[in-house]
Design a protein. Sequence first.
Length: 365
Amino acid sequence: MKFTCITQYLKKALAVAERFTGKNITLPILANVLLEVRRDNLFITATNLESAVYLTLKGSNAREGRVCVPAKVLSSFVQSIEDEKIQLEEKQGSLIIKTDTRDTRVNGVSTDEFPLIPQIKKSSSITLSARAFCEGIERVLPAVSLSEFKPELGGIFVNISPTSLKLAGTDTFRLAEKTIFFESQKHIEPFSFIMPHRISQEVVRVLGNEDEVSIVIGENQIMLETDGCMIISRLTEGNFPEYSGIIPKNFETSCFVAKDAFLNAVRASSIFASKLQEVTTGVKSRNLEIASLNQDVGEYKNNIPCSPSGKDIKVGFNYRYLLDGLQSVNEDEIFFGLNGEQSPSLIKNKSDNSFLYVVMPIRLS
């Protein structure tokens, strides 16, 4: 095996691959990456058995072959190289790394021990904007549960139709839903799945700047593919709860308010929040009042001008949940709908329903 490529491209690829390796005492091979040259391409593979990544680099001076080396050692060393180009060559099971200024050997392990990644038997697929998909994931992730007691809530629910893709996440205290619309793809049969939290994070990191992503679903597996990168992962088992019924449609009180002013007021109120992380929101006259009280710290109040509809109302919330929802809205002005202290409230864009954030209130003492 022999291969020459741009150092910067190899740095990026190895940084990604290292995050997909495993730390398994009984399977130490999972801490390695497989480097394989076929034609003029270098294929880098890493897996932890729950997920895997394939990365492709184009180069020159290629000679086919393969080598398996520790991911952390290789990635850490390559990150330190400043030369523009780098040459990789396999010799007697080790990897020889050469640049204009360096000549280094990394000990390898048997490539026969590296696990085979099973091929996905395609059942459903779709291609869409990678940027839009990753942006949607980012806006829904804060609501995803991190508890292990309900694994079906520990991932993002993805529901695909011929004209849209819906992403949803919930921890039962709040719910976030993002809808991505696209030109009708009539060949698509509606399908849905739950993508694990960790893989959702990696998809954003790895694919966020790509143009298009192809999503392929097989038996309890997902494959996400862009130009030069393929991620394969197991899906989360179980049934995501039917949530459309908890999204409020009518409100006792609602208002349109500047997002940044609302966000800054909640941040300030968090300093004076009680141990329950409680802040109070109230609509009165033409103001949205944000308040908090901590007997040991002090008291905070802030009135923000708004355009209200309905009766005066006061509702308490966990300030962290409010912050997550407000930070996920991408418009300067938002809609805030309230239904008292026992019913869910809604935060969304002023102009449309492409992003919805439902949050449960805290009973005021």
